[in-house]
Design a protein around this ligand. Structure first.
Ligand SMILES: NC(=O)c1ccc[n+]([C@@H]2O[C@H](COP(=O)([O-])OP(=O)(O)OC[C@H]3O[C@@H](n4cnc5c(N)ncnc54)[C@H](O)[C@@H]3O)[C@@H](O)[C@H]2O)c1
Ligand SMILES: [Zn+2]
Length: 376
């Protein structure tokens, strides 16, 4: 019998080798091939699939069946969906379930979900038995182009986002763009914010492409979305992110560029009680950080306006939730990882596509007073 899904996947498959040595493969239908990929890239006696309460009912059965075709039945574990569950409590619950099921050092994790699952399942893999392999199967746009790549894992604490974690490179990243068909439109928009960031920090032409094509990329309703354009965005952003991470795996310099929008963004996201999506908060963060950096003469005038237009084109917010005090945001940023010796560091572009301070560690200092002023 001809295996059509395999043929189709091979015909449209794109694969990159990351500097970390793991393969990133993008192709429709890959969800049915996780078993063979896991056996090749992360061979183990037992697999646990970690997913969330939204994604598991939609997509886990294909992944489980695929693993069953290659070996013993995997253990399927789910966490409650949402950033509010990217916690040490989820990490404990998942780890305990693995221990109860007698998983040992010869096991591996398959992370099936958005960025929350990538981060928490990656952190479980980083720490379980001092580290077992993880294969990322990202299901949100944001996770495909950002969270699944680069090896950062971790959980949030009441003091801030991602404050407890580890670097743990995946053994493989498997991207099946077809799963985006079930992703809610607001989540797709949220992922687009990180794509806009990739353009803003590294590729002006890509930035302009996104601003222009956003309506087609984000069209709602069956058959209306430009799937080819979306596949191009996935491929382009994966290349850009891998390119940045390749030069600086542990974030000593160039990788900091990826934090554009995240210093203010993380504070806004956390203070919203995670009612604001990560990408939405990062979009507002990019706009505010660029505005403050323009006032300080670090960023070229007009950059913030272009960012605003791109966010509007993608249907993303340009304002933080009402009621968030400027002073609280500045205070919250001081407990972020980007704060050193009481001074908050930012990574901002000099202009769209080119980072500022590339010769001095990719970090700039913006006075709290200016940031508070911009926050209004
Ligand atoms: N580790 C990194 O380098 C890195 C980089 C960027 C972002 N992140 C983290 O990623 C997280 C944000 O990721 P996110 O936006 O994917 O959030 P998420 O994981 O919460 O996913 C968003 C929502 O979409 C649902 N979902 C995911 N895929 C789906 C699908 N195919 N069909 C239907 N529903 C689906 C989820 O259940 C969730 O409700 C944040 O915690 C952020 O800090 C990490
Ligand atoms: Zn991000």
């Amino acid at each position: 019998m001809v295996d059509r899904s395999k043929q189709q996947a091979e015909a449209q498959s794109v694969a990159f080798l990351s500097a970390g040595g793991y393969q990133v493969t993008i192709a429709p239908g890959l969800l049915d091939r996780i078993g063979e990929i896991a056996m090749a890239e992360a061979p183990a006696h037992r697999y646990a699939v970690i997913s969330d309460s939204n994604v598991a009912p939609l997509h886990a059965s294909r992944v489980v069946s695929s693993l069953e075709r290659s070996g013993p039945s995997p253990l399927l574990l789910t966490v409650q969906a949402g950033e509010a569950h990217k916690t040490r409590e989820s990490w404990i619950a998942l780890t305990d379930r693995l221990l109860e099921a007698s998983f040992g050092r010869d096991s591996a994790i398959i992370a099936l979900g958005g960025g929350v699952v990538c981060d928490v399942a990656g952190f479980v893999a980083a720490t379980f038995m001092r580290g077992v392999p993880v294969v990322h199967v990202p299901t949100s746009l944001l996770a495909m182009i950002d969270a699944s790549l680069g090896g950062k894992t971790g959980v949030d604490t009441p003091h801030g986002k991602n404050l407890v974690g580890a670097f743990h490179q995946p053994s493989a990243v498997v991207i099946d763009p077809e799963v985006l068909e079930t992703l809610p439109i607001d989540e797709l928009r949220s992922g687009m914010a990180e794509a806009i960031k990739h353009g803003a920090i590294a590729d002006a032409a890509y930035f302009d492409y996104l601003a222009q094509e956003a309506p087609g990329l984000l069209a709602e309703g069956p058959g209306r979305r430009d799937v080819q354009a979306l596949n191009y965005v996935i491929e382009k952003s994966v290349r850009l992110k891998l390119g940045v991470v390749a030069t600086d795996e542990r974030e000593a310099g160039a990788r900091k560029a990826l934090n554009f929008g995240h210093t203010i963004g993380h504070a806004i996201e956390m203070l919203s009680g995670y009612s604001m999506r990560h990408g939405e908060a990062v979009g507002v963060g990019m706009l505010l950080e660029a505005t403050a950096a323009e006032r300080e003469g670090i960023t070229e005038t007009g950059t913030a306006a272009r960012i605003r237009s791109a966010l509007v084109a993608a249907g993303l917010p340009t304002e933080r939730p009402s009621g968030q005090l400027a002073s609280r945001i500045v205070e919250s940023m001081r407990s972020d990882k980007k704060s050193r010796g009481g001074v908050t560091e930012y990574s901002v572009p000099r202009r769209i596509g080119v980072m500022a301070a590339a010769d001095s560690g990719y970090s700039v200092r913006l006075p709290d007073s200016v940031v508070e002023e911009v926050l209004g």
